[in-house]
Design a protein. Structure first.
Lengths: 335, 335
DNA sequence: TTGTATGCGTTATCAT
DNA sequence: ATGATAACGCATACAA
């Protein structure tokens, strides 16, 4: 019993064409008739059917937000903060946000002409194939970088430099044995972070050893914490650690406390990305800040431009990072 | 240049009707022709246009997840954890998740026949009018309770009992001066929590005073923290506080640390809902646990049933809560 | 079993 | 300025 354009047309005594014209604000309809039509629309509380419109215009009016790795991400403040930016920017447009978490959903979403464009949160190598992504032929903007050879515009933090700043900050405090907690190397993000760590450590003429870096999977918080515990136990000389995410940093703090190390007295910890909660927990987390909300907004705007056929100036937009000194870092204790 | 059902029909040398039939797995098509059609579909990599299908079937295939109060919620683990449950359950269905954060978006989404049903995160009184919600005539399930007179099925934590348990736990530890940090009373949740606090305090024959409860708006974290500081300063006799959410509890811990109170030595803190990060921070937060993911799942399943026209047995599903003793609570210090 | 024809709610083209 | 009418891509009632 939905009310259609025909209903308002007949009630207003005009053709559907005219109604459609006033609906889309197109010229070619008399002032008086237009007025009458508007009244009827109001009266009947008519709302156009977006699906039908989409059918003829070949546009759906919604864009897909594709986040791999399951719904886990929702509880990761890194993602949710960027998502906040995406949502805010999207509110400025006429598009709706279609979220999908599983690959089955994602495939269906992108293949069934259900969206006009997609925002893709950087998948890992094994997750979404570049080939398939290209084959769907949709405008795509990726957040957080994917593969080097990806043809899609990308918006991301300068994570490599971020980690460098973190190492430097620790060094300046007097730390000489600096460890690193990283995510899995199947993600470009982790690769970049490791690069940053390595190169800065060498620049500072500290000795680099793979023993000092721990690679964990953030999905399994429990396993990750366990790994950190043994890592810290096996590397007693480490006085400070940099992490590739705040999430991991919070885990390290927990692991440290479990084995009787206090932060920052016994161990300095710095995170990365500076998610909102990092300033909120006690002690507040030293981190390398980046405008995550801005990244989400920028990605959305870029996608809009892409969909309008505009030329994209920068195919790779990187947001600068900045070290924030808070309460999980201090001068190393003499051992 | 999208490929349609006609293309596969002609290439297979059959009518679109037959193609449509195999597509929807309906009987009435020969084994051999069906096979041929399937081959062509594969060959052409044909995918049905969901919009067109929706037009004729009067279904869109997606459901709206309506979260009021802006994208703020994304960074609130309470919401994102429930959302995780919604997403997981949704993955089991053929529906897509359309998220909306602003009221303009929400109106458009629900009015333009863009969705078949909606999951509504409990709005505050002033946000979404019951009248309007009913007028759109969509199947709606609300999460976390809305208005008493709401006709929509609802899934929520037993927050009233949760707060009672929190008060009791503190009492059993020896606390006699127990404060409360609550959200704004425009939300049913806060109303319920206050009720629980009041009634249990009276049952325990502690004296109730409105001076002992602070009402803050969780949106403005900064302001909230400030308010908590002055609250704690003005109520030195309080040795323990219960909070209507873990989010607030984390804030209290920060406020306490700012004015030199240590948790739990000087002040015991209990949260509510037990979001994942609460067990992860240091010291880990004592809280009243509830299966948030389960709530999300349950709401989704209920919505599915509602859309299928099934009779809903329980119009009000409440999930029980259970106190979890962790590290932010202890025996009160003698003053 | 298979095909034809119509309609779903719009927009757009072409007449008038 | 206005109105028929043909698409859009699909499902289905009805014929064959």
């Amino acid at each position: 019993m939905t009310i259609s354009i025909k209903d308002v047309a007949s009630k207003a005594g005009v053709s559907t064409a005219s109604v459609s014209r006033v609906l889309s604000g197109k010229p070619g309809v008399g002032k008086k008739t237009a007025e009458r039509i508007r009244e009827v629309i109001e009266e009947l509380n008519y709302r156009p059917n977006l699906g039908a419109r989409g059918l003829v215009k070949q546009k759906t009016g919604n864009i897909a937000v594709v986040v791999p790795r399951g719904s886990f991400v929702l509880n990761n403040p890194f993602f949710s903060t960027i998502l906040e930016g995406v949502a805010k920017a999207m509110d400025q447009t006429d598009y709706n946000m279609l979220m999908s978490f599983t690959s089955i959903q994602q495939k269906r979403l992108l293949e069934t002409q259900a969206v006009d464009g997609v925002i893709l949160f950087s998948p890992r190598h094994e997750e979404l194939s570049l080939e398939w992504l290209e084959s769907v032929g949709l405008p795509i903007v990726v957040i957080g970088s994917y593969l080097e050879e990806s043809p899609f515009p990308c918006v991301r933090p300068d994570d490599e430099d971020g980690i460098k700043q973190a190492v430097t900050a620790l060094y300046n405090l007097g730390h000489r044995d600096i460890g690193m907690i990283n995510g899995p190397m199947s993600s470009m993000h982790s690769v970049r972070c490791l690069n940053g760590y390595k190169s800065r450590v060498k620049e500072l003429e500290l000795d680099y050893s793979s023993d000092n870096v721990l690679e964990v999977d953030e999905f399994d918080v429990f396993k990750a914490t366990q790994a950190m515990k043994t890592f810290l136990n096996n590397n007693k000389k480490i006085t400070g650690v940099v992490c590739s995410s705040d999430y991991l940093a919070i885990g390290v703090i927990k692991a440290a406390s479990m084995i009787g190390l206090s932060v920052p007295e016994d161990l300095s910890v710095v995170g990365a990305d500076d998610v909102p909660i990092s300033d909120f927990i006690t002690p507040s987390l030293s981190s390398v800040h980046v405008d995550l909300v801005g990244i989400g907004k920028r990605a959305t705007v870029t996608l809009m431009n892409l969909m309008e056929g505009k030329q994209i100036r920068k195919k790779d937009v990187v947001f600068e990072m900045k070290y924030i000194d808070r309460s999980t870092t201090s001068i190393p204790k003499n051992k």
